[in-house]
Design a protein around this ligand. Sequence first.
Ligand SMILES: Nc1ncnc2c1ncn2[C@@H]1O[C@H](COP(=O)(O)OP(=O)(O)OP(=O)(O)O)[C@@H](O)[C@H]1O
Length: 252
Amino acid sequence: MTVKIAARHVSAFYGDVRALDDVSIDIDTDHVTALIGPSGCGKSTLLRTLNRLTDTVPGARVEGDIRLDGRDIHGRDMDVVELRARVGMVFQKPNPFPKSIYENVAYGPRIHGLARGRGELDAVVETSLRRTGLWDEVKDRLSDRGTALSGGQQQRLCIARALAIEPEVILMDEPCSALDPIATARIEELIGALSGRYAIAIVTHNMQQAARVSQRTAFFHLGRLVEYGDTSDIFTNPRAERTKDYITGRYG
Ligand SMILES: Nc1ncnc2c1ncn2[C@@H]1O[C@H](COP(=O)(O)OP(=O)(O)OP(=O)(O)O)[C@@H](O)[C@H]1O
């Protein structure tokens, strides 16, 4: 198993509010990890600590140790721009830049110096759009605005944008919650196709989705990691009473 991110004893605070309480978890390349739990239990906060998006929230503070390939992400030698390129993020609401489809994907590789010249950049854009299954749908309209696409296409464009900078980890925060069932199914298929190549963690409120896309599931409650294990075990034979109550819909 290739552990990409090892988080140990991570706590996070917004001012005086403790959003995460002593969480230790590994995110690896061989499994898709689903993060589940009732609203406000800290799932999004955990994702945000993993690429230091919490740094951008005024009053937020993180304690504990988080390593990417063994390197401390809070270490002096860790460049936060590099960290966020290696640990990409896809949000709940598709958020393409107000630019063309092409530019949405080309922007990252250009600023990170990942392509020399137009030919290479074109190739990165095409490969990234192909990986998300979007190429055939948009290849004749690359100069149209990203925001002119359907919601599902916009979300795939945002995933293509993340892939274009060659991340190693992809964090997805409820990526399908704004999408219809067909667009959701496409994103779920895409997650399946990307797994193995990238370490993927996905926050979801949809139990069926967690069961469909993930092999590992972490259940959170009140900022604590209650249970973490194989998705099939968590759903068929949860150890903790609270996990059982949540997955059987008794609360949350
Ligand atoms: N920017 C913020 N400022 C202050 N408190 C915050 C902020 N973001 C989150 N919180 C608080 O931190 C706690 C955890 O929130 P978080 O968004 O991580 O939970 P979540 O499990 O992702 O919830 P949801 O499923 O509703 O998205 C909550 O009590 C929330 O109110």
